[in-house]
Design a protein around this ligand. Structure first.
Ligand code: PLP
Length: 320
Protein backbone atom coordinates (compact mmCIF):
# COMPACT_ATOMS: atom_id res chain seq x y z
CA UNK A 1 0.00 0.00 0.00
CA UNK A 2 1.30 3.46 -0.82
CA UNK A 3 1.08 5.96 1.99
CA UNK A 4 0.22 9.43 0.75
CA UNK A 5 2.06 12.12 2.68
CA UNK A 6 0.11 15.37 2.25
CA UNK A 7 2.40 17.42 4.49
CA UNK A 8 3.09 20.85 2.98
CA UNK A 9 6.01 21.89 5.24
CA UNK A 10 8.50 19.92 7.37
CA UNK A 11 10.28 21.04 10.56
CA UNK A 12 14.01 21.84 10.26
CA UNK A 13 16.43 19.61 12.16
CA UNK A 14 17.70 20.38 15.69
CA UNK A 15 20.36 22.75 14.31
CA UNK A 16 17.74 24.68 12.38
CA UNK A 17 18.88 23.19 9.05
CA UNK A 18 16.49 21.96 6.34
CA UNK A 19 16.00 18.19 6.14
CA UNK A 20 15.42 16.28 2.87
CA UNK A 21 11.91 17.73 2.50
CA UNK A 22 11.17 21.39 3.24
CA UNK A 23 8.06 22.55 1.43
CA UNK A 24 5.68 20.56 -0.76
CA UNK A 25 6.05 22.81 -3.81
CA UNK A 26 9.77 21.93 -3.95
CA UNK A 27 9.46 18.17 -3.44
CA UNK A 28 7.55 15.67 -1.31
CA UNK A 29 8.08 12.03 -0.24
CA UNK A 30 5.29 10.50 -2.32
CA UNK A 31 6.46 12.41 -5.39
CA UNK A 32 10.06 11.38 -4.82
CA UNK A 33 9.08 7.68 -4.52
CA UNK A 34 7.06 7.90 -7.75
CA UNK A 35 9.88 9.77 -9.54
CA UNK A 36 12.38 7.08 -8.53
CA UNK A 37 10.08 4.36 -9.87
CA UNK A 38 9.42 6.16 -13.17
CA UNK A 39 13.08 7.15 -13.56
CA UNK A 40 14.09 3.48 -13.29
CA UNK A 41 11.65 2.63 -16.12
CA UNK A 42 12.80 5.53 -18.31
CA UNK A 43 16.50 4.95 -17.52
CA UNK A 44 16.91 8.58 -16.48
CA UNK A 45 15.93 11.06 -13.77
CA UNK A 46 12.19 11.73 -13.63
CA UNK A 47 10.33 14.76 -12.31
CA UNK A 48 6.57 15.03 -11.83
CA UNK A 49 4.42 18.02 -12.78
CA UNK A 50 0.83 19.01 -12.08
CA UNK A 51 -0.31 17.85 -15.55
CA UNK A 52 1.13 16.91 -18.93
CA UNK A 53 0.49 20.51 -19.94
CA UNK A 54 2.45 21.76 -16.92
CA UNK A 55 5.32 19.55 -18.10
CA UNK A 56 5.11 21.16 -21.59
CA UNK A 57 5.15 24.60 -19.96
CA UNK A 58 8.18 23.63 -17.85
CA UNK A 59 10.07 22.62 -21.00
CA UNK A 60 9.43 26.04 -22.55
CA UNK A 61 10.71 27.89 -19.49
CA UNK A 62 13.65 25.52 -18.98
CA UNK A 63 14.90 25.20 -22.56
CA UNK A 64 13.56 28.11 -24.62
CA UNK A 65 14.16 31.87 -24.80
CA UNK A 66 12.81 34.67 -27.02
CA UNK A 67 13.84 33.77 -30.57
CA UNK A 68 13.87 30.00 -29.98
CA UNK A 69 12.35 27.99 -32.83
CA UNK A 70 10.40 24.89 -31.81
CA UNK A 71 9.66 22.42 -34.62
CA UNK A 72 6.58 20.51 -33.52
CA UNK A 73 5.42 17.25 -35.10
CA UNK A 74 2.41 17.83 -37.35
CA UNK A 75 -0.65 16.09 -35.98
CA UNK A 76 0.71 15.97 -32.42
CA UNK A 77 -1.70 16.48 -29.51
CA UNK A 78 -3.45 19.75 -30.46
CA UNK A 79 -3.15 21.06 -26.89
CA UNK A 80 0.66 20.96 -27.06
CA UNK A 81 0.61 23.26 -30.10
CA UNK A 82 -1.88 25.51 -28.31
CA UNK A 83 0.34 25.67 -25.20
CA UNK A 84 3.47 26.42 -27.22
CA UNK A 85 1.69 29.12 -29.21
CA UNK A 86 0.72 30.87 -25.96
CA UNK A 87 4.42 31.79 -25.82
CA UNK A 88 4.54 33.40 -29.28
CA UNK A 89 3.95 36.90 -27.84
CA UNK A 90 7.10 36.27 -25.75
CA UNK A 91 9.14 35.50 -28.86
CA UNK A 92 8.80 31.72 -29.26
CA UNK A 93 8.59 30.61 -32.90
CA UNK A 94 6.53 27.48 -33.54
CA UNK A 95 6.73 25.64 -36.87
CA UNK A 96 5.31 22.25 -37.75
CA UNK A 97 7.01 19.41 -39.64
CA UNK A 98 6.30 15.86 -40.73
CA UNK A 99 7.97 13.77 -38.02
CA UNK A 100 8.30 10.73 -40.27
CA UNK A 101 11.09 12.67 -42.05
CA UNK A 102 13.78 15.21 -41.17
CA UNK A 103 13.12 18.20 -38.90
CA UNK A 104 13.90 21.74 -40.12
CA UNK A 105 17.69 22.09 -39.68
CA UNK A 106 17.44 25.53 -38.03
CA UNK A 107 15.08 24.36 -35.21
CA UNK A 108 16.50 24.82 -31.70
CA UNK A 109 14.03 22.36 -30.24
CA UNK A 110 12.52 19.40 -32.10
CA UNK A 111 9.30 18.19 -30.46
CA UNK A 112 8.08 14.77 -31.54
CA UNK A 113 5.25 12.59 -30.30
CA UNK A 114 5.46 8.79 -30.35
CA UNK A 115 2.92 8.05 -31.64
CA UNK A 116 1.21 11.35 -32.41
CA UNK A 117 -2.32 11.83 -31.10
CA UNK A 118 -4.60 11.42 -33.09
CA UNK A 119 -2.77 10.74 -36.38
CA UNK A 120 -0.62 8.02 -34.82
CA UNK A 121 2.53 8.60 -36.88
CA UNK A 122 5.92 7.71 -35.38
CA UNK A 123 9.03 9.89 -35.47
CA UNK A 124 12.08 8.96 -37.54
CA UNK A 125 14.82 8.38 -34.96
CA UNK A 126 17.39 8.07 -37.74
CA UNK A 127 16.55 11.54 -38.98
CA UNK A 128 16.58 12.95 -35.43
CA UNK A 129 20.01 11.54 -34.60
CA UNK A 130 21.75 13.94 -36.96
CA UNK A 131 19.87 17.02 -35.72
CA UNK A 132 21.73 19.49 -33.52
CA UNK A 133 18.65 20.75 -31.61
CA UNK A 134 17.24 19.60 -28.28
CA UNK A 135 14.93 16.65 -28.89
CA UNK A 136 11.79 16.38 -26.75
CA UNK A 137 9.68 13.23 -27.19
CA UNK A 138 6.15 13.06 -25.86
CA UNK A 139 5.82 9.32 -25.22
CA UNK A 140 2.39 9.46 -23.54
CA UNK A 141 0.79 6.94 -25.87
CA UNK A 142 3.68 4.47 -26.14
CA UNK A 143 4.65 4.45 -22.42
CA UNK A 144 8.09 3.13 -21.38
CA UNK A 145 6.80 -0.40 -22.05
CA UNK A 146 6.96 0.19 -25.81
CA UNK A 147 9.46 3.04 -26.09
CA UNK A 148 12.27 4.55 -24.05
CA UNK A 149 12.93 7.84 -25.84
CA UNK A 150 16.16 8.49 -23.89
CA UNK A 151 17.61 5.22 -25.24
CA UNK A 152 16.68 6.36 -28.76
CA UNK A 153 18.63 9.58 -28.35
CA UNK A 154 15.95 12.04 -27.16
CA UNK A 155 17.19 14.58 -24.60
CA UNK A 156 13.87 14.72 -22.81
CA UNK A 157 11.00 12.22 -22.52
CA UNK A 158 7.63 13.68 -21.57
CA UNK A 159 4.31 12.15 -20.49
CA UNK A 160 0.80 13.11 -19.72
CA UNK A 161 0.77 10.63 -16.82
CA UNK A 162 -2.96 11.40 -16.62
CA UNK A 163 -3.22 8.68 -19.28
CA UNK A 164 -1.62 5.22 -19.25
CA UNK A 165 0.93 5.74 -16.47
CA UNK A 166 -1.74 6.27 -13.82
CA UNK A 167 -4.29 4.47 -15.98
CA UNK A 168 -7.65 4.90 -14.22
CA UNK A 169 -8.94 8.37 -15.20
CA UNK A 170 -8.55 9.58 -11.61
CA UNK A 171 -5.30 11.56 -11.52
CA UNK A 172 -4.04 14.63 -13.40
CA UNK A 173 -0.26 14.37 -13.72
CA UNK A 174 2.71 15.10 -15.97
CA UNK A 175 6.23 13.69 -16.01
CA UNK A 176 9.57 14.44 -17.64
CA UNK A 177 12.67 12.24 -17.69
CA UNK A 178 16.19 13.17 -18.77
CA UNK A 179 19.70 11.72 -18.36
CA UNK A 180 21.34 15.15 -18.20
CA UNK A 181 21.74 16.42 -14.59
CA UNK A 182 21.84 20.07 -15.74
CA UNK A 183 18.54 19.74 -17.55
CA UNK A 184 17.03 17.94 -14.58
CA UNK A 185 18.16 20.75 -12.24
CA UNK A 186 16.82 23.43 -14.55
CA UNK A 187 13.44 21.65 -14.76
CA UNK A 188 13.39 21.29 -10.99
CA UNK A 189 13.99 25.04 -10.55
CA UNK A 190 11.33 25.95 -13.08
CA UNK A 191 8.83 23.60 -11.42
CA UNK A 192 9.47 25.13 -8.01
CA UNK A 193 9.52 28.78 -9.15
CA UNK A 194 6.50 28.57 -11.41
CA UNK A 195 4.48 26.32 -9.12
CA UNK A 196 4.09 23.52 -11.66
CA UNK A 197 4.37 20.81 -9.00
CA UNK A 198 2.33 17.61 -8.76
CA UNK A 199 0.06 16.79 -5.83
CA UNK A 200 0.96 13.85 -3.52
CA UNK A 201 -2.31 12.04 -4.31
CA UNK A 202 -1.54 12.08 -8.03
CA UNK A 203 1.98 10.81 -7.32
CA UNK A 204 0.48 7.94 -5.30
CA UNK A 205 -1.79 7.15 -8.26
CA UNK A 206 1.35 6.90 -10.39
CA UNK A 207 2.97 4.44 -7.96
CA UNK A 208 -0.17 2.31 -8.09
CA UNK A 209 -0.39 2.62 -11.87
CA UNK A 210 3.21 1.56 -12.46
CA UNK A 211 2.60 -1.71 -10.60
CA UNK A 212 0.20 -2.81 -13.34
CA UNK A 213 1.48 -0.75 -16.29
CA UNK A 214 3.05 -3.53 -18.27
CA UNK A 215 0.15 -6.00 -18.03
CA UNK A 216 -2.36 -3.25 -18.78
CA UNK A 217 -0.69 -1.80 -21.85
CA UNK A 218 0.33 -5.16 -23.33
CA UNK A 219 -3.25 -6.37 -23.08
CA UNK A 220 -4.54 -3.05 -24.47
CA UNK A 221 -2.13 -3.35 -27.40
CA UNK A 222 -3.19 -6.94 -28.12
CA UNK A 223 -6.88 -6.01 -28.08
CA UNK A 224 -6.17 -2.91 -30.19
CA UNK A 225 -4.36 -4.87 -32.88
CA UNK A 226 -7.37 -7.20 -33.19
CA UNK A 227 -9.93 -4.36 -33.17
CA UNK A 228 -7.89 -2.45 -35.78
CA UNK A 229 -7.92 -5.57 -37.97
CA UNK A 230 -11.71 -5.99 -37.63
CA UNK A 231 -12.36 -2.26 -38.15
CA UNK A 232 -10.33 -2.31 -41.38
CA UNK A 233 -12.69 -4.96 -42.77
CA UNK A 234 -15.88 -3.12 -41.80
CA UNK A 235 -17.73 -1.55 -44.77
CA UNK A 236 -18.61 1.65 -42.81
CA UNK A 237 -14.96 2.33 -41.92
CA UNK A 238 -13.04 4.43 -44.44
CA UNK A 239 -9.61 4.36 -42.83
CA UNK A 240 -7.93 2.86 -39.75
CA UNK A 241 -4.77 4.15 -38.04
CA UNK A 242 -2.95 1.89 -35.60
CA UNK A 243 0.83 2.18 -35.22
CA UNK A 244 1.34 -1.38 -33.96
CA UNK A 245 2.05 -0.28 -30.38
CA UNK A 246 -0.15 0.93 -27.56
CA UNK A 247 -3.87 1.05 -27.01
CA UNK A 248 -4.97 3.94 -29.22
CA UNK A 249 -6.73 3.54 -32.57
CA UNK A 250 -8.21 6.22 -34.77
CA UNK A 251 -10.58 5.44 -37.60
CA UNK A 252 -12.71 7.42 -40.02
CA UNK A 253 -16.36 6.98 -40.85
CA UNK A 254 -18.42 9.21 -43.16
CA UNK A 255 -18.36 12.86 -41.99
CA UNK A 256 -21.99 12.93 -40.92
CA UNK A 257 -21.84 9.50 -39.24
CA UNK A 258 -19.27 10.18 -36.48
CA UNK A 259 -21.74 11.67 -33.98
CA UNK A 260 -24.20 8.81 -34.51
CA UNK A 261 -21.51 6.16 -34.03
CA UNK A 262 -19.92 7.71 -30.93
CA UNK A 263 -23.29 8.09 -29.22
CA UNK A 264 -24.54 4.59 -30.09
CA UNK A 265 -22.14 2.48 -28.04
CA UNK A 266 -23.42 0.96 -24.81
CA UNK A 267 -20.28 -0.20 -23.02
CA UNK A 268 -17.74 2.13 -24.61
CA UNK A 269 -17.98 5.55 -22.94
CA UNK A 270 -18.37 8.61 -25.16
CA UNK A 271 -15.85 10.92 -23.52
CA UNK A 272 -12.49 12.57 -23.96
CA UNK A 273 -9.07 11.48 -22.68
CA UNK A 274 -7.40 8.11 -23.13
CA UNK A 275 -5.27 5.53 -21.40
CA UNK A 276 -7.76 4.22 -18.83
CA UNK A 277 -8.77 0.64 -18.10
CA UNK A 278 -12.26 1.29 -19.56
CA UNK A 279 -12.64 1.79 -23.30
CA UNK A 280 -13.58 5.31 -24.41
CA UNK A 281 -14.29 6.89 -27.78
CA UNK A 282 -14.93 10.34 -29.17
CA UNK A 283 -14.96 12.30 -32.40
CA UNK A 284 -11.97 14.63 -32.38
CA UNK A 285 -13.45 17.23 -34.74
CA UNK A 286 -15.35 18.81 -31.84
CA UNK A 287 -11.98 19.77 -30.28
CA UNK A 288 -9.57 20.05 -33.15
CA UNK A 289 -11.76 21.45 -35.95
CA UNK A 290 -10.72 20.99 -39.58
CA UNK A 291 -7.25 19.89 -38.58
CA UNK A 292 -8.78 16.40 -38.43
CA UNK A 293 -11.35 14.73 -40.72
CA UNK A 294 -14.95 15.29 -39.53
CA UNK A 295 -15.47 11.55 -39.38
CA UNK A 296 -12.37 10.76 -37.28
CA UNK A 297 -13.11 8.75 -34.13
CA UNK A 298 -10.48 8.13 -31.48
CA UNK A 299 -10.80 4.85 -29.61
CA UNK A 300 -8.84 4.32 -26.40
CA UNK A 301 -8.92 0.59 -25.80
CA UNK A 302 -9.29 -0.61 -22.22
CA UNK A 303 -9.15 -4.03 -20.60
CA UNK A 304 -12.57 -5.41 -21.54
CA UNK A 305 -12.91 -8.62 -23.55
CA UNK A 306 -12.15 -8.09 -27.24
CA UNK A 307 -15.34 -9.79 -28.48
CA UNK A 308 -17.52 -7.80 -26.09
CA UNK A 309 -15.88 -4.60 -27.36
CA UNK A 310 -16.34 -5.64 -30.98
CA UNK A 311 -20.04 -6.38 -30.43
CA UNK A 312 -20.48 -2.88 -29.03
CA UNK A 313 -18.42 -1.20 -31.74
CA UNK A 314 -19.89 -3.10 -34.67
CA UNK A 315 -23.40 -2.49 -33.24
CA UNK A 316 -22.68 1.27 -33.18
CA UNK A 317 -21.28 1.12 -36.72
CA UNK A 318 -24.69 -0.16 -37.91
CA UNK A 319 -25.80 3.47 -37.38
CA UNK A 320 -23.02 4.90 -39.57
N1 PLP B 1 0.47 14.96 -24.50
C1 PLP B 1 -0.42 14.12 -25.03
C2 PLP B 1 0.03 13.16 -26.11
C3 PLP B 1 -1.76 14.14 -24.63
O1 PLP B 1 -2.65 13.30 -25.19
C4 PLP B 1 -2.15 15.08 -23.63
C5 PLP B 1 -3.57 15.17 -23.18
O2 PLP B 1 -4.48 14.68 -23.79
C6 PLP B 1 -1.19 15.94 -23.08
C7 PLP B 1 0.11 15.84 -23.53
C8 PLP B 1 -1.56 16.94 -22.02
O3 PLP B 1 -1.68 16.30 -20.81
P1 PLP B 1 -2.65 16.77 -19.59
O4 PLP B 1 -4.05 16.65 -20.07
O5 PLP B 1 -2.26 15.81 -18.50
O6 PLP B 1 -2.29 18.19 -19.27
Amino acid sequence: MTLVDRTTAWAYDGDGEPREFVYQRYAHPTGKAAEDALGALERGDALLFGSGTAAVTACVFAFCAPGTTVALAEGAYFGTGATLREFEPWGLRVVEFDQTGAAPPDADVVWVEAPSNPFLTLPSWDALRGHGGLVVCDATVSTPVFLRPLDEGADVSLHSATKYLTGHHDALLGAIATCDPEKRDRLYQVRMRLGLSAAPDAAAALLRGLDTLEVRVRRQAETSAELARRLAEHPAVLRVRYPGVGGLITFDVADDAARRVETSTKLIENMTSLGGVRTTMESRHRWEGDRVPRGLLRLSVGLEDVDVLWDDLSGALENA
